[in-house]
Design a protein around this ligand. Structure first.
Ligand code: SAH
Ligand code: SF4
Ligand code: F3S
Length: 510
């Protein structure tokens, strides 16, 4: 096909595409499938296909009716992981097969920009992709996700990574098939489509789940909190909640498809529902999800302490399916720093909240996020953080060195010297790990329900699963247990995980 014909073909597609967004994207998925098929058939006809894929993979593609390969690398949080499942669902339906390596026809990086090291990783790996593309020039490289919402990043990629084929952002991932068609037919080297924001939520597109038995479920998108260090509100846009009917419907379908555990996802799930036509609280939503027959476990993240209501604590206590784990980001233990961070709670309020949660649910496991070296943090401020860590005694804590994000208010504040931050970070990590090792062993010598997730990576004949409180357990077992919730006797605590024994007869003690 020459250039003119290609462009005409794309124009025609655009005219014929349905207006309603869901139907429109299914139309483009079919069109993309045809394009990949034509490309694949040409490779087979010219005899190049065997050399490109190797005879084993080629055989698999032909047997599965696929026309090429794709690879997605996901950086960042659960939100991105869920987006990647959606992207992968679209690519599968467009006729491509997912493979583990970057030697693929279509490589997509779903990026994160919450801290600078996430960005650096992407630039590093792009260099490697360039070497692959030099060997196979028709390979397509695409970038999406939070990093792409930053204009400075787009400029840099246009200037220094011009071999990238396709760039889109966090608001239009549902458009992947349409953008693919555009890139394959339009006479442009790089297609860039990044939206500043959206109020659109496109439902019902294909999803390719990573695990058959558990799934993330978006309940809201975006964030309105503007913590002064954080870039997420700028790259994920304003808060939008999905309608409860759509969420419940999605979970029912997931359950019918074998899912037993859902993780409800949002940057601040406690403010769920506020902007809906018929407002509903997160606590009410939890109660409704708890009623879904066949669903066994409900998790959620993330909870902002400022919005964690008594109503939610009661719902968590009452709903048997809600797991005994709460991730409650602290960020800092100093009320002075919390104020500058715009977190809208004090150290005392946070500790009171923890007390309230623990008295309602005594065995609950608490985890947190902490930032070290926020601008202006003094030794006294840092001691306050250590104090909260010692008082709360978290099951685990993710500790981060403050990373300056251009455009956020904190970036303009006076930064703490690197060596001081490093020293505090090491001290905090030591404290957190020591407490965690003590706390995590509290269920030793008891029988607990464990959802088996996979074969154990390190020990043959063992499987790995998670307790309701999210602690990992390894125990002897085989593939047939994956996706099942079983009783396991926790023989020995290893600090962050347990070694256990499968108990078919459940309740008996050793
Ligand atoms: N919405 C969630 C967190 C999203 S980002 C919440 O409010 O808790 C995940 C974590 O990254 C944050 O909890 C914070 O601890 C950390 N983080 C965010 N911005 C950061 C920055 N600029 N530097 C270091 N850590 C940061
Ligand atoms: Fe970032 Fe704060 Fe929003 Fe979390 S609540 S995503 S830390 S701005
Ligand atoms: Fe990163 Fe975006 Fe999540 S910046 S942490 S991937 S919302």
């Amino acid at each position: 096909m020459n250039k003119e014909n290609k462009i005409q073909r794309f124009d025609k597609m655009q005219q014929q595409a349905p207006a309603e967004e869901g139907a429109r994207q299914y139309y483009f998925i079919e069109q993309a499938r045809t394009l990949w098929k034509e490309r694949f058939d040409a490779l087979v006809d010219s005899g190049e296909a065997a050399g490109r894929y190797g005879s084993r993979l080629l055989g698999q593609l032909q047997a599965e009716g696929k026309y090429g390969t794709f690879h997605i690398a996901t950086f960042g949080c659960q939100m991105n992981a869920r987006d990647s499942e959606k992207l992968s669902g679209i690519l599968e339906q467009a006729g491509l097969k997912e493979i583990d390596s970057e030697h693929a026809d279509f490589v997509l990086y779903n990026t994160c920009t919450v801290r600078d090291n996430a960005n650096q990783k992407v630039y590093g790996r792009l260099g490697y992709l360039h070497t692959l593309k030099k060997k196979q020039p028709d390979m397509m490289i695409a970038l999406c996700g939070c990093m792409m919402q930053e204009p400075s990043v787009i400029e840099k990629i246009k200037k220094s990574y011009s071999f990238v084929d396709l760039i889109f952002g966090t608001h239009n991932i549902f458009k992947l098939a349409e953008l693919l068609c555009r890139r394959m037919l339009e006479n442009r080297k790089m297609v860039v489509d990044v939206w500043e924001g959206t109020d659109q939520i496109v439902e019902e597109l294909p999803v390719d789940r990573k695990y058959p038995f558990k799934s993330g479920v978006n309940i809201m998108f975006g964030c309105n909190n503007f913590c002064s260090y954080c870039i997420v509100p700028y790259v994920r846009g304003r808060e939008r909640s999905r309608r409860p009917e759509d969420i419940l419907d999605e979970i029912r379908k997931l359950v019918a498809d074998g899912v037993v555990e859902v993780m409800l996802l949002g940057q601040n799930v406690n403010s769920y529902g506020k902007n809906l036509e018929t407002p509903i609280t997160f606590a009410q939503l939890l109660r409704e999800i708890n009623e879904i027959e066949g669903l066994e476990r409900i998790r959620f993240m993330t909870s902002h302490p400022k919005d964690l209501s008594d109503e939610l604590i009661e719902a968590m206590r009452d709903c048997k399916k809600v797991c005994t784990h709460l991730h409650l980001p602290l960020q800092s233990g100093s009320s002075r720093i919390l104020k500058i961070m715009n977190r809208r709670y004090t150290k005392e309020q946070y500790l009171e909240l923890v007390d309230k949660i623990r008295s309602a649910m005594p065995g609950i496991s608490l985890t947190t996020d902490i930032i070290v070296g926020f601008p202006g943090e003094t030794e006294e401020d840092f001691e306050e953080t250590l104090d909260v860590v010692r008082r709360v005694r978290y099951d685990s804590a993710f500790t981060f060195i403050y990373s300056k994000r251009t455009g956020t208010p904190a970036a303009a504040m006076e930064q703490v010297p690197e060596d001081v931050v490093k020293n505090r970070f090491d001290r905090l990590l030591k404290e957190v790990q020591q407490i965690s090792a003590e706390v995590c062993g509290r269920d030793e010598k008891t029988v607990q329900k464990v959802l088996v997730e996979s074969l154990d990576d390190h020990q043959e004949g063992y499987v790995t699963g998670r307790m309701s409180n999210n602690t990992v357990v390894h125990f002897p077992g085989d593939e047939s247990l994956i996706g099942k919730i079983v009783d396991v006797y926790l023989e020995e605590s290893k600090g962050f995980y347990y070694m256990g024994k499968f108990r078919e007869d459940g309740q008996k003690k050793e």
